[in-house]
Design a protein around this ligand. Structure first.
Ligand SMILES: [Zn+2]
Length: 98
């Protein structure tokens, strides 16, 4: 029987990274986690997506020699309102907070 390589989807991740813009990082640390539509408390949720190869600018050039970017796991955050259930990507909240 021929051994087949597992599909890319089934393979484990080879690297991981957090993708934050400076504004997102500021909100993540210091922003008021309040729902923009109802004023309820927001709860942080960790999410991720996977890419074949690194996204531009997410690893430093010198890091690229050491990491295998075959399947990179990118973490990102969303915030869900505990009162109205609305879910906001961190990017949207960071932009409103400017
Ligand atoms: Zn709300």
């Amino acid at each position: 029987m021929k051994k087949t390589k597992p599909s890319w989807e089934a393979r484990p991740h080879t690297a991981f990274a957090y993708s934050f813009t400076p504004g997102e990082f500021r909100y993540f640390l210091f922003g008021k986690k309040i729902c923009p539509s109802c004023g309820g408390k927001l709860q942080r949720q960790k999410q991720f997506f996977s890419t074949r190869g690194a996204l531009p600018g997410t690893f430093r050039q010198e890091e690229m020699y050491f990491i295998n970017t075959e399947k990179v796991k990118y973490y990102y955050y969303t915030y869900a309102c505990l009162r109205c259930g609305q879910v906001y990507p961190l990017r949207d909240l960071a932009e409103r907070a400017r």
